[in-house]
Design a protein around this ligand. Structure first.
Ligand code: ADP
Ligand code: MG
Length: 340
């Protein structure tokens, strides 16, 4: 066997295996880029559950024409420049992997215009082959189009599920986004029809969004949490024990604004509810944990679904105590905690 360096396109396609699982992962990466660019409004157009088209348009800062080809290169990012930056990273992205990965497994187009530029510019990438930058009509901000996801990776394409299933994954992730960023307006259309709209309202905080994202019933049965100490702050909403679920389908955790899954925190929550919830039932919650970015490593997973706490014991105990305290007044709720 000869040992050789893999061609760039193949390297990107391999990375895409980790970052781009399905259309929802593309939506996530593109929307996170829009948020990092300071967007206040994001429009998402989908066709066929995202398999045929995902278009994300934002009104953020935009990209200079000369930087478009750089943006679609591997390990190219404007968000960090050093290890110190990485250790205190406050943006959602930082790996410089999303655009090249997505562009290597789709027919990809990015168009952008910065505030004050006379015109916009666009760049097309076809299965990883980068074209030339050309002028293009474009309002201020960035539009990314991803067509025919996995068209050149049949093994991946076969894994795509029914339109409705893929759309469900996208909607679920957008619910996470809506909870995390009530200040940003998000509109979603599917097959040419408006599907959902989250109105941006920085004044109303997440409260109004709770109803939009999780429904009236959840919102009527929550306890407001806000507790700080030991360099940590935990705020958000937890459901009264009387409102409980057959599965863990309404459990949202954000660490410094990033939606993540964390066994340690999930365990702390379960423990806090253990006295007030019947076995086999699951609590519902939307919790925001804020801490020094240096106390949490966000670079443990290519898709960044997980984080690692420097002091996970401290985090566990803080979450447990905060929730237990909040729930202690609801002990009578144990009875009301009958399966619904
Ligand atoms: P990362 O987000 O990790 O930096 P990406 O591959 O997602 O890597 O994006 C590469 C770079 O392209 C970003 O660092 C940013 O400078 C630029 N970029 C991507 N999307 C947008 C956008 N919607 N608005 C402005 N700049 C963007
Ligand atoms: Mg990104």
């Amino acid at each position: 066997m000869t040992i050789r360096l893999l061609p760039d396109v193949l390297v990107n396609q391999i990375a895409a295996g980790e970052v781009v699982e399905r259309p929802a992962s593309v939506v996530k990466e593109l929307v996170e880029n829009a948020l990092d660019a300071g967007a206040s409004r994001i429009d998402i157009d989908l066709e066929e559950g995202g398999a045929r088209l995902i278009r994300v348009r934002d009104d953020g800062g935009g990209i200079a024409a000369a930087e478009l080809p750089v943006a679609v290169q591997r390990h190219a990012t404007s968000k960090i420049a050093s290890l110190e930056d990485l250790e205190a990273v406050a943006t959602l992205g930082f790996r410089g992997e999303a655009l090249p990965s997505i562009a290597s497994v789709s027919r990809f187009r990015i168009a952008s215009r910065r505030n004050g530029d006379d015109n916009g510019n666009a760049l097309q990438v076809e299965g990883g082959r980068v074209g030339e930058v050309a002028p293009s009509a474009q309002p201020q901000g960035t539009t990314v189009e991803v067509r025919e996801l996995f068209y050149n990776v049949p093994a991946r394409r076969r894994f795509l599920r029914a339109e409705r299933t893929e759309l469900g994954h996208i909607e679920e992730w957008l619910r996470t986004l809506a909870l995390a960023r009530p200040d940003v307006e998000v509109r979603i259309s599917h097959n040419g029809k408006p599907l959902r709209r989250y109105r941006g309202d920085s004044a109303s905080e997440t409260g109004a969004r709770l109803v939009d994202a999780l429904g009236e019933e959840f919102s009527r049965n929550v306890l407001r949490i806000d507790h700080a100490g030991a360099g940590l702050r935990l705020h958000g909403w937890i459901a009264q024990p009387s409102y409980n679920r057959a599965s863990a389908d309404q459990q949202y955790l954000f660490v410094n604004g990033r939606g993540v899954r964390d066994r340690n925190v999930a365990h702390a929550v379960r423990q806090a509810y253990s006295d007030v919830l019947f076995h086999g039932r699951h609590p519902a919650y939307v919790l925001f944990l804020e801490l020094d970015p240096r106390a949490v490593d966000v670079n443990v997973h290519p898709a960044k679904h997980e984080v690692r706490f420097r002091d996970s014991r401290l985090v566990h105990d803080f979450v447990y105590r905060t929730l237990q305290e909040a729930l202690s007044g609801t002990r009578a709720g144990a009875q009301a905690g009958m399966p619904v």
